[in-house]
Design a binder for this molecule. Structure first.
Ligand SMILES: Nc1ncnc2c1ncn2[C@@H]1O[C@H](COP(=O)(O)OP(=O)(O)OP(=O)(O)O)[C@@H](O)[C@H]1O
Ligand SMILES: [Mg+2]
Length: 207
């Protein structure tokens, strides 16, 4: 049996794409907090979202009590999502990752110019991941809520996905993000609200 040289030659385009995909994942892993770089066993619905399985919702809203694994699940899901998205578009997807409290702080009126530039960035990112959306003890001001409205409305009307972790449901965060954002999140995450159950894993002993 003979082989032509074409059988053995790796497709140069394929290896360039593989390298670029690995670079994209490595870059994202490098900015993932150390604790969340560890592989975990993910809930199958989170895995389906991350894999961009046909029929899976575009956005994911991870909810549940303190310490059940919402943030860890979100980082791992985002990492896998990035690789899948790269395979579809052959370019590095822009994933914006924010703790809600830092986001509200960055969107304050005394930072108007930066806040407006950030608003645009967050409107356009391929994926917006906001961790612990209900964590703020003091609700953002009306001005900040307006920026949030601009961000989430733009994503909503263009069907751009969001990845949210939150210890309460979308309709329970109106007092933090405003009624309009809360309503849009409810629709964007319809079918994609995933309740993680179990004990606080930080206390140990949880499966
Ligand atoms: N599937 C899992 N398997 C094993 N350990 C996990 C898993 N998910 C999370 N953990 C670990 O459990 C701890 C709590 O996880 P995480 O920070 O994601 O919880 P959380 O739900 O976001 O909590 P909080 O509401 O306080 O933000 C972390 O140490 C994390 O690494
Ligand atoms: Mg968390």
């Amino acid at each position: 049996m003979s082989f032509s040289s074409a059988d053995r030659m790796p497709d140069p385009r394929e290896s360039v794409l593989r390298e670029r995909r690995e670079d994209a994942t490595t870059t994202f892993t490098a900015r993932t907090p150390a604790i969340y770089q560890e592989e975990i066993r993910m809930h199958p619905d989170a895995a389906a979202w991350a894999d961009r399985t046909p029929g899976a919702p575009a956005s994911l809203f991870l909810t549940g009590a303190i310490g059940v694994g919402k943030t860890h699940t979100a980082w791992q899901a985002a990492r896998i999502w990035l690789g899948r998205r790269f395979d579809e578009t052959h370019r590095m997807p822009a994933i914006e990752t924010w703790r809600s409290t830092a986001l509200f702080d960055a969107l304050r009126p005394d930072r108007e110019n930066d806040a407006k530039a950030l608003t645009r960035t967050l409107q356009l990112a391929d994926l917006l991941f906001v961790d612990d959306l209900a964590a703020a003890r003091v609700s953002p001001t009306g001005w900040t809520q307006e920026r949030l409205y601009e961000i989430f409305d733009e994503r909503y009307i263009n069907r751009r996905p969001v990845l949210i972790t939150c210890d309460v449901l979308p309709h329970e965060i109106s007092h933090i993000v405003g009624d309009r954002v809360s309503s849009r999140l409810g629709e964007m995450c319809r079918g994609g609200v995933l309740l993680l159950k179990g004990a606080d894993r930080r206390k140990g002993g949880a499966a």
